[in-house]
Design a protein around this ligand. Structure first.
Ligand code: 3PG
Ligand code: MG
Length: 399
């Protein structure tokens, strides 16, 4: 269990509570296309409003870098939040100053107001103390409910905690508890499946995981660099030849810790990087010619699903293949389904997160069956790397 102070232990009735959410949601043409982050935040807003708090929601959207960019307004998100909460959400066109203050002073107990994009002010990402004071001026309590922003030391995640008594919201608490259950005292054997395009972006993750994991399953484009390091031909596949030494070093370190590095045993190879490109499956070691490796093959799927059945815990970050192009998601989807089945049977604890991972697991149709899926990108990776998350540290370090 995490030791952050929780909002559940505080009397919030009649108080104005400034809540940092991560409502940086996918949008298309001013319409919210995926409400997962909104729906996960909703219980915290409802909890506070039901207790009679005045709930002031703040978030960033995109990276406007201090420019009031109308394409990055949170107004459409406030409407989606209202829908998710089933209650009125008023929107204020600035997050500080007169406009924000007026909106907040007009609130009654149980009301919810959402303020405009924090990043319309550069002081937010500068972690400005003055900006934090301007946010704090109309609030009694601060609640952070945005795990996916805790890797940022920004005014609304960090400096603000010096201005107001600060607590974790329900979803932040849940996320920290789920994550610490995996890397804190995991049930063994435990393996991590680490996929994605580049070894270079996952080196620190791999290095941090080796001492804890019994095995690391390497997938996606980064597996190609490991195959190259082992002297196998990879044809015209994407790889990072400059990181072959690093891959060798990672394998040597893993060996020292008794952590098995699991690579594919066969590969789906296509003539080009395109959906429905002609493809064939070749065993590792066979020269794919000009072909590109875009997924793991059936033998790899069988190998991996076999391994899953002897595990107690699986941590998942990154896809096994180019899942966004049909049929190169087959490997990822088949292994995700096997992991989900074992989870449903109570045999496996599955925790996943990071950028592409959520999309891949959604497409596999297993999102509801994993033990926990984090919607965080950067914060999830930094947590995997064992780094201190400034937004979490700021909550625990208050006296
Ligand atoms: C995310 O979507 O990863 C979070 O909202 C953080 O956004 P950022 O990377 O722009 O800080
Ligand atoms: Mg990000």
């Amino acid at each position: 269990m995490s030791n952050v102070p929780s909002i559940e232990d505080v009397d919030v009735a009649g108080k104005t509570v400034l809540v940092r959410a991560d409502l940086n949601v996918p949008m298309d043409d001013g319409r919210v296309t995926d409400t997962v982050r909104i729906d996960r935040f909703a219980p915290t807003a409802t909890f506070l409003a039901d207790k009679g708090a005045r709930v002031v929601v703040v978030s960033h959207f995109g990276r406007p870098e201090g420019v009031r960019n109308p394409a990055m307004t949170l107004e459409p998100v406030s409407k989606a939040l209202a829908k998710s909460l089933g209650r009125d959400v008023k929107f204020a066109e600035d997050c500080v100053g007169e406009v924000a203050e007026k909106a907040v002073w007009a609130m009654k107990d149980g009301d919810v107001v959402m303020l405009e994009n924090l990043r319309f002010h550069t002081e937010e990402t500068d972690n400005s103390e003055v900006f934090a004071q301007r946010l704090a001026v109309f609030s009694d309590i601060f609640v952070n409910d945005a795990f996916s922003c805790t890797h940022r030391a920004h005014a609304s995640t960090h400096a603000i905690t010096k201005q107001l008594p600060s607590y974790a919201g329900l979803s932040l608490k849940k996320e920290l508890d789920a994550l610490s259950a995996v890397l804190g005292t995991p049930q063994r054997p435990i393996a991590a499946l680490v996929g994605g395009a580049k070894v270079s972006s996952k080196i620190t993750v791999l290095e941090a995981l080796i001492p804890t994991m019994d095995a690391i399953i390497v997938g996606g484009g980064m597996a190609n660099t490991f195959l190259l390091a082992k002297g196998y031909p990879i044809g015209g596949s994407l790889a990072e030849p400059d990181f072959v030494d690093m891959a060798n070093q990672i394998m040597a370190t893993a060996d020292k810790y008794g952590c098995e590095i699991v690579l594919p045993v066969d590969l789906v190879v296509a003539e080009k990087f395109a959906a429905d490109a002609n493809n064939e499956t070749v065993p590792v070691g066979q020269d794919p010619g000009a072909g590109m490796i875009l997924d793991v093959g059936a033998d790899s799927i069988a190998d991996l699903t076999g391994r899953l059945s002897s595990l107690k815990t699986l941590l998942w970050n990154g896809p096994l293949g180019a899942f966004e192009m049909n049929p190169f998601g087959d490997g990822t989807f088949a292994v995700a389904k096997a992991a989900a089945d074992l989870t449903k049977q109570g045999k496996l604890v599955t925790v996943a997160g990071g950028g592409d991972t959520v999309a891949a697991l959604n497409q596999a149709g297993v999102s509801d069956d994993f033990t926990y899926i984090s919607t965080a990108g950067g914060a999830f990776l930094e947590w995997l790397e064992g780094k201190e998350l400034p937004g979490v540290a700021a909550l625990t370090d208050q006296n």
